[in-house]
Ligand binder design. Structure first.
Ligand code: URA
Length: 510
């Protein structure tokens, strides 16, 4: 292998009038530290980012990475000034710089160096939003955090048939900032041993159940990924296999023991294994990785499925809930809203189209009707905690519209977890079940009917439960008379809920 003579100290490059090319925060930090030690001001430094072609061909321009032992003794780079002590940068600033480094702005490295330089000159205001650079730094950090959050929330994994081989889940995403590595770690913790791949236009990450592999772009767009899934997954599987193949761990005997020879002919990877094995024998093994994974950072995340499992079973936030499949097609989860200690809790069925977009319950047409019912019943909706039995919108496409679909019993049951949390924290005296789904969810049984419960208060687990129509029923029931009757029934139900606040509940459950 070539000696790393191409690596020169950052200050030597700057003195020679060359740009400092860095591609990671770690490389920038090392280069910045050295420039600070040599007292080189920001206006004398030109920063650059390696071109993707250079990275892939291995001919990246001279890098500003830290000097090797050899380079640092290079007599052609004698220090011209006394060295300054290594700067002490507070952790909070370092964390901000690290986040801001993921922000895709063309001058990111130069800007970060200006910030750190000013800090070292004693201008500590540079970290404050009131400072011009500080404001920009805060805005960059915010943009990156938002992108991380969006990627957690909006990435959509598609499950592939088990027989198509790994990865079991694939997703395409076009992040606006360089947040893929941290987002990948989030999914490693969330998805346990299941293999998955996230592809983006600039890079991809693959999780084989044990190790995270960072690679360059593997597919060109979502359609490519889709195609990979449709053609039986072979193209995708080969891509995956190539990327996770590790010649350092290659043991052809074990490989053949695990997969009997007669089976090889039907395995898609059989076509590429000989080529990869020979690449390994020809030196890739020495390097430690097949070239496609040569640039990965190689983080091994020791996560056992049993550690990951509770995380999936008991998501810490509603946004992360994967207790049933509905999350996959919803924009977001919609939790309850209202006073933390409301005496009355309304439970609806599930968010509708508008609630799904707004992230709030009962804000669409059914919500407007509910407002009118509350007004007629003399109950201020703002004093009521309003939620739903199911927290994700279940829908089916009809033309360009998303039509509501009734949730299945298993989806209602999966969401008991969240309703229980809301009941435990709000501790309402009276629950109003709006419609049959809410009633089944609140009473934890599928063996109840709306007809038999309408208007009859029930005692359940130390609370009153009042059943009434769902506002959507009032909106869609045909005929003016039926509509008015249904509306009045709802008004009566809510009045009853209000009256029950005064009635003691010291008798056992019915
Ligand atoms: N229907 C419901 O059950 N809940 C909402 O939040 C909106 C419509």
């Amino acid at each position: 292998m070539d000696a790393p003579a191409a690596l020169q100290p950052a200050d030597a490059l700057v003195r020679a009038g060359q740009p400092l090319v860095v591609d990671t925060f770690a490389a920038w930090r090392e280069a910045a530290r050295e420039l600070l030690v040599h007292g080189i001001p920001p206006e004398q430094v030109t920063w650059g980012t390696p071109h993707m072609d250079d990275l892939l061909s291995g001919t990246a321009p001279v890098s500003g990475a830290p000097p090797t032992a050899e380079a640092s003794h290079n007599p052609s780079t004698p220090p011209t000034e006394p060295l300054r002590p290594a700067p002490h940068i507070p952790r909070s600033l370092m964390e901000m710089l690290q986040s801001a480094a993921c922000c895709r702005v063309p001058d990111r490295w130069a800007f970060l160096y200006r910030v750190i330089w000013r800090w070292q000159q004693g201008e500590h205001d540079v970290q404050s939003p009131a400072d011009e650079d500080g404001a920009r730094l805060h805005a960059m950090v915010k943009a990156v955090h938002r992108e991380e959050h969006d990627m957690h929330a909006y990435i959509r994994f598609r499950e592939r048939p088990e027989e198509a081989g790994p990865p079991r889940f694939v997703a395409w995403y076009e992040p606006r900032h360089d947040v893929l590595p941290q987002v990948a770690e989030h999914f490693v913790a969330r998805m346990g041993k299941i293999s998955w791949m996230i592809a983006t236009p600039d890079a991809s990450v693959l999780w084989d159940g044990h190790t995270l592999h960072n690679t360059g772009p593997l597919v060109r767009d979502a359609a490519d990924l889709e195609q990979g899934s449709k053609d039986g997954g072979e193209a995708l599987w080969l891509t995956y296999y190539r990327s996770v193949f590790n010649p350092a761990r290659l043991n052809t005997e074990v490989m053949h023991q695990h997969i009997p020879t007669h089976r090889w002919k039907n395995l898609p990877e059989a076509k590429i294994v000989p080529q990869m094995v020979s690449a390994a024998a020809l030196g890739a093994r020495k390097v430690g990785q097949y070239e496609a994974v040569g640039q990965r950072k190689g983080t091994t995340i020791p996560i056992a499925p049993e550690d990951a499992q509770p995380d999936r079973e008991q998501p810490s936030t509603l946004d992360e809930c994967r207790r049933c499949e509905l999350w996959e097609f919803a924009t977001q989860a919609v939790g309850g809203e209202g006073p933390k200690r409301a005496k009355i809790m309304f439970v609806g069925e599930q968010p509708g189209d508008q609630e799904d977009l707004a992230g709030q319950p009962f804000v669409g047409p059914a919500g407007k009707l509910l407002d009118r019912v509350c007004e007629a019943a003399g109950v201020d909706r703002d004093t009521v905690y309003v939620t739903n039995a199911v927290k994700h919108f279940k829908w089916e496409p009809r033309g360009k519209r998303r039509l509501h679909k009734t949730p299945a019993q298993r989806e209602i049951e999966a969401c008991h977890y969240w309703l229980d949390k809301e009941l435990a924290s709000v501790k309402p005296t009276v629950i109003v079940a709006l419609g049959a789904t809410a009633l089944k969810s609140v009473l934890r049984t599928a063996n109840v009917t709306l007809k038999n419960s309408l208007g009859k208060p029930l005692r359940h687990e130390g609370r009153w439960v009042v059943t009434t129509y769902h506002p959507s029923y009032v909106l869609r029931v045909p005929g003016e008379d039926a509509k008015r009757d249904a509306f009045n029934t709802m008004v009566e139900g809510i009045k009853l809920a209000h009256d029950l606040l005064q009635r003691p509940i010291d008798v056992p459950d019915a």
